[in-house]
Design a protein around this ligand. Structure first.
Ligand SMILES: Nc1ncnc2c1ncn2[C@@H]1O[C@H](COP(=O)(O)OP(=O)(O)OP(=O)(O)O)[C@@H](O)[C@H]1O
Ligand SMILES: [Mg+2]
Length: 350
């Protein structure tokens, strides 16, 4: 069932088309990730869902009701900001209690109820021993949990998280990611999570929305987005190193570095396209060797191969090799628009 429906949503700041016609359905209980480069409109989209920004056009409905004109507090949506925006002069308890106390008169909670709700939420996020501390006395990860607790305490239908992990170091970040996912699953809340980190997106999302320049490029599961990209933007935005793209006479084609391997490793060369590959440089990265070189006939830019280190093939620099890509791993794109083209017979298309 879809909980949130967004149609034709736009936000223009003068000439900047921050969000430029977004249609999206968010399902009840899902973890939806919005992924895209800086400036593509992620925060603006979230702020419109939360009611903090007025759309230039389009509609948002939540649970079947049109909320486009409703103020934030009437939408059943909470947002966790990138900076956490905790109140520095209040302790953790008062930070979490803040949205409850700010409720309008008709929904005013008495002291006892506020205490119960704050303590329950703090327990859920395992910060119940920190309630007397001020934000500056907390680690980044703890602050993040306080910000989530504050967003959760009103029991919103939708939790919006705008890059909440970006202030954490790599190790804390991985932990926080894991905790966040566990917490979302066990509370069954619908979460929308913004990031420009593809690893985070792939790891967390039930579905991923890829955005660029205010528009949705593709919506799908992590696997669909990675294996079956809708266009050149999605194909090259996901994956590290990025997909190799080569222009031929009529179109462009692409293949991922991990699919570009010495021909000798290919057990069925009939199903593969063979390339003459001149190896320029090899980087040893522990688990993989990253190879930089040139494909014969397309030597205007570097083509990368990612060869697992446990593959015992010698790769010497300044040497020609035969490399192969399985036909199923070749993706074709329109020369001009970058849209994906499906080829019945990739062997003929090359
Ligand atoms: N209040 C504003 N006034 C004018 N332009 C704005 C305003 N808010 C955002 N923009 C512009 O709208 C575009 C989208 O901004 P937005 O903050 O939504 O991007 P983002 O995807 O969240 O980027 P980041 O990953 O850097 O946070 C940008 O070009 C930005 O400069
Ligand atoms: Mg942003």
């Amino acid at each position: 069932m879809s909980l949130v429906q967004i149609s034709g949503l736009k936000k223009y700041f003068d000439t900047v088309h921050a969000v430029d016609g977004v249609d999206l359905e968010i399902k009840q209980g899902e973890f939806l990730v919005i992924l895209g480069p800086s400036g593509c409109g992620k925060t603006t989209l979230m702020r419109m869902i939360a009611g903090l920004e007025k759309p230039s056009a389009g509609q948002i409905s939540i649970g079947g009701a049109d909320v486009t004109a409703l103020p934030p507090r009437k939408r059943g949506v909470s947002m966790v900001f990138q900076s956490y925006a905790l109140y520095p002069h209040m302790n953790v308890f008062n930070n979490i209690a803040f949205p409850l106390r700010a409720q309008r008169r008709e929904k005013k909670f008495d002291k006892r109820v506020i205490r119960e709700k704050v303590e329950d939420t703090a327990r859920l996020l395992e910060i119940d021993m920190l309630l007397d501390r001020r934000p500056r006395q907390l680690s980044g990860g703890q602050r993040q949990r306080v910000a989530i607790a504050r967003a959760m305490v009103t029991q919103p239908a939708v939790l919006l998280l705008d890059e909440p992990l970006s202030n954490l170091d790599a190790k804390l970040r991985a932990n926080a990611r894991d905790e966040l996912k566990d917490f979302q699953r066990s509370s069954d809340i619908t979460a929308v999570f913004v990031t420009h980190d593809q690893i985070e997106a792939m790891g967390l999302g039930d579905r991923i929305v890829v955005m660029s320049e205010g528009k949705i490029q593709q919506v799908g599961t992590p696997q669909q987005i990675y294996d079956d990209p809708a266009n050149e933007f999605v194909a090259t935005f996901l994956g590290s190193p990025s997909m190799n793209i080569i222009a031929s006479a009529h179109h462009k084609f692409g293949f991922r570095p991990e699919h570009f391997l010495p021909k000798t490793l290919n057990d069925n060369p009939e199903n593969a396209r063979i390339f003459h590959y001149f190896v320029k440089r090899v980087e040893y990265l522990g688990s993989d060797r990253l190879v930089y070189g040139y494909v014969q006939g397309h030597d205007s830019h570097l083509t990368l191969a990612k060869v697992p280190s446990n593959v015992r093939v010698s790769l010497d620099v300044e040497t020609d090799y035969e490399f192969a890509v399985h036909y199923r791993d070749l993706k074709f794109f329109d020369q001009r628009s970058g849209a994906r083209i499906t080829r019945r017979n990739p062997a003929e298309a090359l």
